[in-house]
Design a protein around this ligand. Structure first.
Ligand SMILES: Nc1ncnc2c1ncn2[C@@H]1O[C@H](COP(=O)(O)OP(=O)(O)OP(=O)(O)O)[C@@H](O)[C@H]1O
Length: 252
């Protein structure tokens, strides 16, 4: 191993650290600075919402934090590992073991049962499927007894909970969610948000969620506001009204 590597982040209370992250996209019409010097530590066991106007860099932040995209400058540390120091195989392994992903689209396979959808990523990765862990994850998201149902036999909210169980079943250190309630009605959305909050409060997991919805963000412990690729504000334990007010300030 090279001795030029910097030491791993030793603060064990941090799940994900972003240190001076810049992400520049080069396109024919010029360079776009999607992120410009973003520094933030997501503390273990917290639920953080990331908000900001369209094009402010929210999705880029999530992609970079999850190692799905590499920053142009700066370091990302997840579960004590600096992502830029990992090779592709190690990065894939870290993603598989320490990170979970939930998106607006559930990306479930209609032909498979809820159980098999949860187990599928592990199977594809050639990892032995632990039946108790799969059933435990379905239990944790409130789908006890529905393991043999297929997605078309479940409501939208239940399908999103299957997707969350799939993300959780490897017990990741951090769950990244991009508009997880975007396709849900208000009541199903509320159940999913309460679930995300309880994952942090009751199970010590860390959740980072991108959302446009102030009500969704009010379920988080804290909100990070982005504008033009920079962190321009933070709120702690805020209600939907104050989050909406902060957002309209940014959109003026
Ligand atoms: N692959 C890409 N190539 C060039 N520019 C890109 C690319 N992806 C994103 N961008 C630009 O980077 C900036 C940030 O984009 P990003 O998708 O992170 O914003 P966002 O806050 O998630 O937006 P939205 O709320 O509309 O989804 C935007 O100006 C966008 O046009």
């Amino acid at each position: 191993m090279s001795n030029t590597l910097s030491p791993p982040v030793t603060d064990t209370s941090i799940a994900v650290a972003l240190d001076g992250i810049t992400r520049t996209y080069r396109s024919r019409s010029g360079n776009v600075q999607a992120l410009q010097g973003v520094t933030h530590a997501f503390t273990k066991g917290t639920f953080t919402a990331v908000m900001g106007p369209s094009g402010s860099g929210k999705s880029t932040l999530l992609q970079v934090a999850a190692g799905l995209d590499r920053p142009t400058r700066g370091d990302v540390t997840v579960a004590g590992r600096i992502l830029s120091q990992l090779g592709q195989t190690e990065l894939t392994r870290l993603r598989r073991t320490s990170m979970g992903f939930v998106f607006q689209a559930y990306n479930l396979l209609d032909a498979l049962t809820a159980y098999d959808n949860v187990a599928l990523p592990a199977r594809l990765a050639g990892i032995r499927v632990d039946r108790a862990a799969v059933l435990g994850a379905l239990d944790q998201v409130g789908l006890h007894g529905l393991a043999t149902r297929r997605p078309p036999e479940l409501s939208g909210g239940q399908q999103q909970r299957v997707a969350i169980a799939r993300a959780l079943h490897t017990r990741p250190a951090v769950l990244f969610a991009d508009e997880p309630t975007g396709a849900l009605d208000r009541s199903s959305g509320r159940q999913v948000l309460e679930l995300l909050r309880s994952l942090t409060d009751d199970h010590g997991q860390t959740v980072v969620m991108v959302t446009h919805d102030p009500l969704a963000a009010s379920y988080a412990h804290g909100v990070l506001f982005l504008a033009d690729g920079q962190i321009v504000g933070r709120l702690h334990q805020a209600d939907a009204t104050s989050i909406a007010a902060a957002m309209s300030e940014l959109e003026r």
